[in-house]
Design a protein around this ligand. Sequence first.
Ligand code: HEM
Ligand SMILES: *[C@@H]1O[C@H](CO)[C@@H](O)[C@H](O)[C@H]1NC(C)=O
Ligand SMILES: *[C@@H]1O[C@H](CO)[C@@H](O)[C@H](O)[C@H]1NC(C)=O
Length: 394
Amino acid sequence: MRLSIAACLLAAAAVQRAVARPTPEAILEALARRQVEAEDGEEIDEMEPDIPELEEADEINNRMIGDLRQGATTPVGESIRNILLRTESAEGSNSRYTPPGGVNSAKCKADTCCVWHYVSIAMTAKFTGPTGRCNDWARAAIRLGFHDAGTWSSNLSANGQDFGGADGSIILSGTEINRKENNGLQNIAKQMTKWQKQFGVSMADLIQYGANHAVVTCPLGPRIRSFVGRKDSKAAAPENLLPSATASADSLISLFEDKTISGHELAALLGAHSTSKQRFFDPSRANAPQDGTPGVWDIRYYNQTLESVGVPKRVLRIPSDVVLAQHPSMSNEWTKFRMPNGVGQKHWNEDYAEAYTRLSLLGVNNINSLTECTKTLPRPRPDFKGALTLFIDG
Ligand code: HEM
Ligand SMILES: *[C@@H]1O[C@H](CO)[C@@H](O)[C@H](O)[C@H]1NC(C)=O
Ligand SMILES: *[C@@H]1O[C@H](CO)[C@@H](O)[C@H](O)[C@H]1NC(C)=O
């Protein structure tokens, strides 16, 4: 029965985002009620919830992470909890930020977000190509964020190994970066080290801020709410927690489930391959992108992993993407992300922002004391001209 609940929570049922959202308490109550019914041995129809709140809750992953498991005790903790429960948007507004002074001024040092304004200027210059698309530095920064944060496991953590995760160790350990799965991330790691010295921020934050910055640097990418205050660690993360491109869909889904990431969330996260290129999976086709527009944060990837005709020759489809796209716990969502006229794009951007917020906080046990600095990120560019032009990636 517990499996059935999990399957149910993972099931990608439709979200009626237009209607007023239930409060986190209502969702948790409804989920608890369902749990009781399940334990009583009642059959639960996974796709057709009988509890109104669960129409939405069915696709909401209510697993909490870090110190949020003991509760949200601050406004920022509450916000992050609400983002994870989908009662608050994970995309920032278009707010602007004016720094109170130069990067070395006392006024700047007194404002946590100020230094990030200057980090952002440096990242914009590095991550944007000559045609306004996002470039190789940006894709590497997105992957670096995943490979630092993704090394956290709830299984291991329950067995006394609560380390790894978004702690900067991919760079600070000095060894993680040499692991095979991190091939191709060495240059961005060097760049992050330079920035870390220049700006004096935490490496863990710099890496996650960089991943979010790179996403919004890509045309059509969301402005994901960004939090700082993570703790750095030099301890190398546990091994074998990052996914293999040739693994089965089921094993990948359980690998992510162990990170508290649901199938629905994984479907959204994989869209990062909309801007990716591979170099080491098949070196004979180095720099082959995973969709026809690697410089743009668009939904083409979702189409091109599923379609067998009309996929440009240069596109290399990673086997795990192909099997996951067809898996029953993903295909519902995958199909929705493909919807035309901006519908799929909007849905995916919202879902990616939520799922990445979760990923970027794995292993972080001081979520209640973080500070939100979204306002220092560039603003999104949803109307980028030329978003449909194939293969231009500069
Ligand atoms: C089942 C899960 C995943 C698998 C098996 C996978 C596998 C891969 C592989 C094989 C590459 C090419 C590496 C190379 O040969 O150079 C790649 C690139 C990339 N991946 Fe993933 N990935 C997964 C999930 C993710 C997630 C969750 C994200 C981010 C949220 C992500 C972001 C990227 C990016 C941005 C690149 C391009 C890096 C670059 O161009 O420098 N991936 N991935
Ligand atoms: C986590 O533990 C469960 C139950 O023991 C097991 O089925 C699953 O494979 C484990 N996942 C990982 C990624 O270790
Ligand atoms: C992607 O697939 C959807 C659903 O089949 C379709 O409506 C849309 O036009 C496709 N988009 C592109 C760019 O091929």
